[in-house]
Write a protein that binds this ligand. Structure first.
Ligand code: C2E
Ligand code: MG
Ligand code: MG
Length: 700
């Protein structure tokens, strides 16, 4: 039986050939024809593509073997047996390669003589659409689960969708937001401009990228880094906007913190050097236009190091914080207060009428500085030294203004602290002089033009020389002899004092060694040590090593430390003096009576002698009894030494009457031009009596 298509006209007389040709040309529809036993009689090109079987393969097979998957076999066979026309529906059929295809399948029966009808099946491939739908579902899931904040609005900027992350970050629910404008999350007014800028970009079909601050449901701000783009439909019309954003609040906070730290002092929270420097620069530039004055005020705490050393850094920090708050309280909005370094503060006042406008401010600053501060364990009364420089008079350069203010502050320190000074040109000249001196001193150290002279300390009763004081001398090739008072302070400031100290120590020991080598009995030598030298961690070792190197016994060396140095950082001084004294060295307090010793501290120092400052001795004049004050002080110091069990030495004795008076008061030892001037070691044979014994005057 020929059952091929179009082999016979259909019942209604239409040539089937034509029908099948027509069917073949329907685009996107795969058409198969089969008999009720499943044998295939028609298989168009679209079916070849859809199911992977060629027409010839299909025509030689049964439909059940071709595309009906196992789970459908029974039902289809059943249907065929009943010649039933299946309802149109979606089916998952099987390709030649085993893969499933989703089709929308519709059947129609073609009458076939008197026999069972033939079926014509038209399948539309839904695989692509299904794939597209799956992809959309996946994308939807990705958006929903995305760590980004996603918002979709219509073109009227009404929210249609927000994802989970957005809800989690902002605290709003999707229901609350749908239909609303994103503007309800605007944090502050300044964003209005930003919002309109975004609107314009989007309206022009462009993507907007940037950062802004929004408000959460609870009012807290958060930062978004966003990209907002238009979404177009297949006709190219913009239908929606989508915002993909990141919550960058943490990065922002970190960034802000870093920025703050870059320009602020972490302890006090005040602006730091860099920030005030910029502000001074700006203020000076403004003042050039306005003709107003800018003042730069350098403020340094007096004795902060001692506070830190004795009370500890924590208390020192607490003091700085309290002072920072106090000083801040004195400022106008336009002023800047910065912590410049350890105990240094820098203040900038701008827009002043003139230099003198600063005076009341300076006085206020000093006043608030000097109010007592209660720390954890003690109450202290701080004080500060202040230096001021002004623009445009002193300089118009920020760095230079700071330098000038610093220099003026140093002048305040030199002038007894707790005061303020304005910068003047002379300060610079003086500094220049100091720098030259420092240079020359450095050279002197390497050229060995520093020497020691020795002044005898004499027993006022017998005239015997008991010991010598080493005093440094400098002969400069063109300036001549320079007294130590002129260069020791410069050496202290520049740090050269440590090298000088080492030299003095060596020269003193060498002198003792030299006398020994030439057969003389050497006398003990006292050397002067500056306050700074006591801060040097190696002082003790250095002294002990030098003594060993020159074979000098410790009791042959005495340390003279001025009263003010001894009262400086007391804890440290006590410690080092104790170690030296334990090692056998003698220790005396120089220039006694010139500083304000606390007897309590004095008691703690391991001392051997007090040296009465020469101003009191000179004050005695020719007739000590006529100079009541100096005589009383001298007597008091002698009495006190006796109480503490200390030796007492009077300095600067120039007259016999002074020596007599001192001896009568119980001061056994003296030093002065009357008894012997400082001389080079080789002109001073040890053991030689330098002056005739004094005639003791009986005490009254
Ligand atoms: P000082 O330690 O109090 O030394 C005594 C000063 O008084 C010496 O001055 C000495 O020449 C001077 N003098 C002694 N007898 C008389 C007198 O009868 N009348 C007067 N008017 N003056 C007298 P000099 O040598 O100029 O030293 C001044 C200061 O320089 C010293 O005072 C000491 O503080 C310091 N100095 C000297 N040598 C050194 C040193 O090697 N190292 C350190 N750090 N300082 C030193
Ligand atoms: Mg001395
Ligand atoms: Mg002295």
């Amino acid at each position: 039986m020929d059952r091929g298509p179009g082999s016979a006209p259909s019942e209604n007389g239409v040539n089937e050939h034509l029908i099948f040709e027509l069917l073949e040309s329907v685009p996107g529809v795969a058409i198969q024809g089969y008999y009720m036993d499943g044998s295939v009689f028609f298989w168009d090109q679209a079916s070849e593509q859809l199911y992977g079987y060629t027409r010839d393969e299909a025509l030689a097979s049964n439909l059940l073997d071709l595309i009906i998957p196992p789970e459908m076999q029974d039902a289809v066979r059943d249907q065929m047996a009943r010649a039933e026309i299946p309802e149109p529906r979606v089916l998952h059929l099987q390709r030649k390669d085993g893969q499933r295809v989703t089709v929308y399948s519709a059947h129609t029966a073609i009458p076939y003589g008197g026999q069972q009808p033939r079926m014509l099946c038209m399948d539309v491939d839904l695989t692509e659409r299904e794939r597209a739908q799956e992809q959309i579902a996946r994308l939807g899931y990705a958006v929903e689960q995305s760590p980004s904040l996603v918002v979709i609005t219509d073109t009227d900027l009404r929210i249609e969708y927000v994802n989970q992350r957005f809800q989690a970050v902002t605290g709003y629910t999707q229901e609350e937001l749908v239909g609303q404008s994103p503007g309800i999350m605007r944090y502050d007014a300044h964003n209005i401009d930003l919002y309109s800028e975004i609107g314009q970009e989007l309206a022009a079909g462009r993507i907007w990228e940037g950062q802004f601050k929004n408000r959460k449901r609870n009012g807290d701000p958060y930062w978004e880094k966003a990209r907002i783009s238009p979404i177009s439909n297949s006709h190219g019309e913009v239908t929606h906007y989508i915002k993909m954003a990141e919550d960058i609040s943490e990065q922002k906070a970190l960034h802000e913190r870093l920025e703050f730290l870059a320009f602020h002092d972490p302890l006090t929270g005040l602006p730091n050097r860099a920030l005030i420097f910029n502000r001074i620069q700006q203020a000076v530039a403004e003042s050039e236009r306005s003709g107003r004055t800018v003042a730069v005020i350098f403020l340094d705490l007096d004795g902060f190091k001692d506070i830190n050393d004795s009370l500890g850094h924590e208390q020192g920090d607490a003091l700085l914080i309290q002072l920072a708050r106090r000083l801040e309280g004195q400022l106008r909005n336009s002023d800047t207060l910065a912590r410049f370094g350890g105990d240094e503060f820098l203040l900038m006042l701008k827009d002043l009428d003139d230099t003198w406008t600063t005076v009341p401010v300076l006085e206020r600053l000093q006043r608030v500085c000097a109010e007592p501060v209660q720390l954890a364990e003690s109450r202290i009364v701080p004080a500060c030294s202040i230096g001021v420089a002004v623009a445009p008079d002193d300089s118009q350069d920020a760095a230079d203004l700071i330098r000038c203010a610093d220099l003026a502050m140093y002048r305040s320190k030199e002038r007894g602290k707790r005061c303020y000074h304005f910068y003047t040109r002379q300060l610079d000249d003086q500094l220049q002089g100091q720098l030259e001196l420092e240079d020359a001193l450095q050279k002197a150290l390497s050229e060995e033009s520093l020497f020691l002279h020795f002044q005898p300390r004499v027993d006022l009763g017998t005239g015997a020389v008991e010991s010598l004081e080493a005093l440094i001398r400098w002969q400069h090739p063109s300036w001549g002899w320079l007294p130590p008072d002129q260069f020791i302070p410069v050496a202290e400031q520049s740090g050269l004092i440590h090298e000088i100290g080492r030299l003095v120590l060596r020269l003193a020991c060498r002198q003792i060694q030299a006398w020994r080598r030439q057969g003389d009995t050497p006398l003990p030598i006292a050397i002067n040590l500056s306050a700074n030298e006591f801060q040097h961690p190696e002082l003790y070792d250095r002294i002990m090593e030098t003594l060993r190197a020159y074979d000098v016994e410790p009791h042959m060396l005495e340390i003279e430390i001025t009263e003010s140095a001894a009262m400086h950082s007391v804890a440290q001084t006590v410690d080092i003096l104790r170690r030296l004294s334990d090692a056998g060295l003698r220790v005396s307090i120089d220039d006694f009576g010139t500083a304000y010793s606390s007897l309590n501290h004095l008691k703690r120092l391991p001392l051997h002698a007090l040296k009465i400052d020469r101003t009191f001795i000179q004050g005695l004049g020719d007739d000590p009894q006529a100079h009541y004050e100096d005589a009383t002080i001298t007597q008091a110091i002698i009495a006190m030494s006796r109480t503490f069990g200390l030796e007492v030495i009077a300095e600067g004795i120039e007259r016999q009457a002074q020596a007599d008076f001192l001896l009568a008061q119980g001061c056994r030892l003296g030093q002065g031009f009357l008894l012997g001037r400082p001389q080079p070691g080789d002109q001073l044979p040890p053991g030689a009596a330098c002056a005739a014994p004094c005639t003791p005057t009986p005490p009254r």
